[in-house]
Design a protein around this ligand. Sequence first.
Ligand code: SDX
Length: 393
Amino acid sequence: QTGYVTLDSGYKNTGATKSAITFLDGEEGILRYRGYPIEQLAEKSSFLEVAYLLIYGALPTQSEFDSFRHQITQHTLIHEDIRKILDGFPSSAHPMGILSSLVCSLTAFYPKSIAPEISKEELNLNIVRLMAKISTIAAWSYKNSVGHPLIYPRNDLDYCANFLYMMFSFPTEKYEINPVVVSALNKLLILHADHEQNCSTSTVRLVGSANASLYGSVSAGINALWGPLHGGANQEVVEMLEAIQADGGNTQKWVDKAKDKNDSFRLMGFGHRVYKNFDPRAKIIKKAADEVLNALGINDPLLKIAGELEQAALTDPYFVERKLYPNVDFYSGIIYRALGIPTEMFTVLFAMGRLPGWIAQWKEMRENKEPIGRPRQIYTGELQRDYQEISAR
Ligand code: SDX
């Protein structure tokens, strides 16, 4: 404490805002969206209905939901000039970099979206455009990476089915929509939809607090989520499980490696800033992983390795003392693999799921007219000194 500043690096003990959107209890492992437990929403709701709930604050009536879904369906196409930007990326580009770039490019195609003050109608149009176009942009970034023809959205398909169609169909053959896959994707997107003031959401709020556009703020959030300590962990978990498999499946060796302070390796998908007990999402996803793999007749050896790794860590004093449990990223990749989603697209799916949360939090921040975010610091640099001519240095 120096005078007027309390240092709280990583904001571990700082409440940045007041919010009515999502409630977390880290000790009890509780997560509720607008008061509804995620366990109920994951079982009974759909991703678009949860998106409406988060953004507008209540579960929609049938007519409200039909209108929301219809509007989104009408906006899934993206401007053909965005294809030209996409074509400029090398096929090796990580899809998260493409996603944040193309989401930000929407400011160029919808210039009204960058006005500091926008009407409620314009905001709702920007929200619908973003919810609709992110799935097309995501699917096209994948097709671009594998050199396959881009697949245009279809208005007769629901949100998740349309995304899978754009991801996996080919113009040369009929694509069968698998209801098990659609249901699993809905559940995963619901479970990722919001998580109060996590790193990427705080980023969206901070950028938006400068009266920056929704598209620009979400683009910044996508980049924060990309970090391997945040949403990027879901890709890291599967790559870690594959490394353990290649190494003969000795999970204890990897648990010991994660405890070694001289080794930067961390058990990806483990630990959480808020949950000091099981992440309630991890519980649901772990159960769903078993169900989806059984339903699809898939026997993924990584699921067995994940279970052994979890048991080894949960009984190890290092992890128990630090209250490190599996988080949302630990099992989600197992399901994404089963759905045929390639590893480098995992964090893109996280971004698609988190989008309604980012939108809801940005909207709340703006409606509450919150001040521009501008934290202070404790200065540790040089005291005052005078300029020296270069000849005298
Ligand atoms: C997400 O905030 C959110 O809500 C995020 C999220 C969301 O929905 O938005 O839930 C999504 O980001 C989930 C987290 C995904 N990240 C990972 O799985 C990466 C691995 N996990 C860690 O890097 C870590 O646990 C964090 C980043 C998740 C949390 O970090 P904290 O709260 O800053 O904790 P810390 O780094 O200070 O760790 C405390 C101690 C340290 O040891 P000591 O200094 O006390 O000796 O626990 C150790 C850490 O070294 N530790 C781990 C570990 N996680 C923490 N050691 C080994 N493996 C790990 N995974």
